[in-house]
Ligand binder design. Structure first.
Ligand SMILES: Nc1ncnc2c1ncn2[C@@H]1O[C@H](COP(=O)(O)OP(=O)(O)OP(=O)(O)O)[C@@H](O)[C@H]1O
Ligand SMILES: CCCC(=O)O
Length: 355
């Protein structure tokens, strides 16, 4: 079975073609702040990203007609259990209307369906960012008007945790306790207890460590003051939290690799901010280790920034007293999406219906 896989992230669109589980072709289409800045919202990037994908397929002589399915990473939907979902009209409607807000992965389902429909093949999404397995106690925020919700890098965190369980421990994911850290354009840290993620920072709505383009948790009183200062619109303040927060706000770039290089070549501000990001991630690891009652089999660090050994080392120095740190740079998301689609195409699983 040949599938096109589409994984739109905040700063990139990763694509691949798999023949069953074998990779035929893979490409990361990177999008700089400058390229994305003309688009007012994520949905406006639909045509831009779709055309880049079609061009990449053409350049590599892959015909859309040769595909059996298209799988996209989705999306900010209603909270749902994990699994593979057929992209139905309801799902498209919710992605188009941003039912739970804007997110790059909303484009995954939209572009997958659009390409698949042209050649009459099925389209799917797998383990979207809204997979919700929180313990009830973790939902309590501190005020009844605010409920904590689960928005995180579910697909990659789970794929990496399954891989570590199998490769490093020879066990099933459901037997293990891990703290998993995803370091991408956004950062999420999750407590995986016997196959369920019982607590995780909402990486999209101002919780947890800051990241290349998100502020993470901010001092609440200061934030309220800013909101009522009359200096900023609601949209501008939201952008300070997601899109133009974190490293982007401090250093004017969302490129952590560039910041790492600047830090190493003597830029003191870059060094301070980059170290502060590692410091906040390490603090979060400690927090989620407590969620697991200190029973942590390993700390897994993944995502694009995990390619930076110095950054991983900064975290490891602070958390190695908890458990061993294992780095999985990049991500297993493309394969995880392909496997999700394949389970349905091979009839080992039925596609779930999004209602
Ligand atoms: N060798 C490296 N050293 C430091 N940072 C790196 C390195 N390679 C990639 N990165 C950084 O990783 C970040 C992108 O990570 P990733 O590709 O996981 O994010 P994304 O898919 O765009 O967003 P998200 O993971 O939040 O959905 C960028 O800031 C990039 O500069
Ligand atoms: C929080 C879900 C994934 C992301 O936006 O980085």
């Amino acid at each position: 079975m040949k599938q096109l896989i589409i994984n739109p992230g905040s700063t990139s669109t990763k694509i691949a073609v798999f023949e069953d589980e074998s990779l035929v072709f893979e490409k990361t289409l990177r999008h700089s702040n400058e390229e994305l800045s003309p688009y007012h919202n994520v949905a406006d990037q639909f045509e831009f990203r779709k055309q880049l994908i079609l061009e990449a397929l053409k350049e590599n002589d892959i015909k859309v007609e040769s595909l059996n399915a298209v799988v996209g990473r989705g999306g900010l939907l209603m909270p749902i259990e994990g699994g593979t979902y057929a992209v139905n009209d309801r799902l498209i409607e919710d992605l188009k209307t941003n039912v739970k807000g804007e997110h790059a992965s909303n484009l995954g389902g939209l572009i997958a369906r659009s390409i698949a429909d042209e050649v009459n093949i099925p389209s799917f999404i797998v383990d979207p960012v809204v997979v919700d397995e929180l313990d009830d106690v973790a939902r309590i925020s501190g005020h009844p008007l605010f409920e904590r919700i689960s928005i995180w890098h579910a697909l990659n965190q789970k794929a990496v945790a399954r891989r570590a369980a199998k490769e490093k421990f020879g066990k099933d994911y459901n037997e293990m306790n891990f703290v998993v850290v995803h370091l991408g354009g956004g950062i999420s840290v999750g407590a995986h207890k016997k196959g369920r993620v019982i607590d995780v920072n909402n990486a999209l709505n101002g919780e947890g460590p800051f990241s290349p383009e998100r502020s993470g948790s901010l001092p609440a009183d200061e934030l309220v003051r800013l909101c009522f200062s009359g200096k900023y619109t609601e949209a501008e303040i939201k952008k300070m939290i997601v899109g133009k927060g974190g490293i982007t706000a401090y250093l004017g770039t969302n490129n952590a690799k560039e910041v790492s290089e600047r830090a190493q070549s003597g830029d003191e501000k870059a060094k301070l901010i980059y170290s502060a990001m590692a410091y906040q991630v390490a603090k979060a690891v400690g927090e989620y280790a407590v969620v697991l009652d200190g029973e942590v089999d390993a700390i897994l660090i993944t995502g694009g920034i995990a390619y930076d050994k110095n950054f991983v080392q900064m975290i490891e120095n602070k958390v190695k007293f908890i458990a061993d740190v294992i780095a999985y740079p990049g991500e297993d998301e493309l394969l995880a999406l392909a496997q999700g689609g394949l389970r349905v195409l091979n009839n080992t699983e039925s596609a779930k219906e999004y209602k």
